[in-house]
Write a protein that binds this ligand. Structure first.
Ligand SMILES: Nc1ncnc2c1ncn2[C@@H]1O[C@H](COP(=O)(O)OP(=O)(O)OP(=O)(O)O)[C@@H](O)[C@H]1O
Ligand SMILES: [Mg+2]
Length: 242
């Protein structure tokens, strides 16, 4: 694998220390979804997170994105502890620093493709005109120039997925978290999206963490973190640093 020259090994963008997540704590059906997880991802890395279905990948991403609270442990994003933030602060962190592609797109059904992608920019305070210009460019780049006015239920699964990718990247977030971001795309569209991820990674030094079941995508990333039964069994960090 070719070494990624854009990584800044002095800046940890994402640090997990002894992170645990239990669902339905204390009940007989308690699920210990993430166990004592430790890893660090540095600025500018493009990392794959792989593991079997049910191993805790989505749970881990939701903890990192501050969408669900941790049971115990520490998560730092760009040096700031996120587990101590209140709801409002976590929302601000996500809005300003994190792009999130959900496993099930979560597009707003009553907004068009264009409006879905524009929304994060409007929330950040950009004018309608500026937001529209950037959004049109982004959607064209994603091959959706002819679908701006379509609503999610008028798009194919792969098109919806590309809208979701556009929405997460439109603000150029420092960290992009993708939960099987290309799961509904064919190989050709997947290759295009991976090229786009790599380009933003090298041009803007964005840090990417991509959950995937595909060894091919894993091989396109700088390294692979592997999880099994909630336990991180491999981080690939040492090899990546060599
Ligand atoms: N809200 C919840 N309440 C209880 N258990 C949950 C909850 N969310 C997830 N789990 C359990 O936690 C475990 C990890 O789930 P998670 O969604 O993180 O898996 P995953 O690795 O993303 O799997 P997949 O590849 O199928 O998406 C599973 O056993 C799941 O049943
Ligand atoms: Mg999942």
């Amino acid at each position: 694998m070719k070494k990624n020259e854009n990584v800044d090994w002095n800046i940890p963008m994402l640090e997990l220390k002894n992170v645990n997540k239990k669902f339905l704590e204390g009940t007989s059906t308690e699920v210990h979804a993430v166990r004592d997880s430790n890893f660090t991802i540095y600025k500018g890395e493009m990392v794959a997170l792989m593991g079997p279905s049910g191993s805790g990948k989505t749970t881990l991403l939701n903890l990192i994105g501050g969408l669900t609270p941790t049971t115990t442990g520490s998560i730092k994003i760009d040096g700031s502890e996120v587990t101590v933030l209140n709801e409002e602060e976590r929302t601000a962190l996500r809005r300003d620093n994190i792009g999130y592609i959900f496993q099930h797109f979560n597009l707003l059904e009553f907004l068009t493709a264009e409006q879905n992608v524009m929304l994060p920019l409007l929330v950040q305070g950009l004018s309608n005109e500026q937001a529209k210009r950037r959004t049109t460019m982004m959607l064209r780049e994603l091959g959706l120039g002819g679908r701006l006015e379509h609503f999610p239920n008028e798009l194919s699964g792969g098109q919806e997925q590309r809208v979701a990718i556009g929405r997460s990247l439109i603000t150029s977030p420092a960290i992009m978290l993708g939960d099987e971001p290309t799961g509904d795309l064919d190989r050709s569209a997947e290759t295009d999206i991976l090229k786009m991820f790599r380009r933003i990674n090298s041009e803007k030094k964005q840090t990417l963490l991509l959950v995937t079941h595909s060894e091919w995508i894993g091989a396109q990333c700088d390294r692979t973190i592997r999880i099994e039964n909630g336990t991180i069994i491999e981080t690939g960090l040492e090899e990546a640093k060599l």
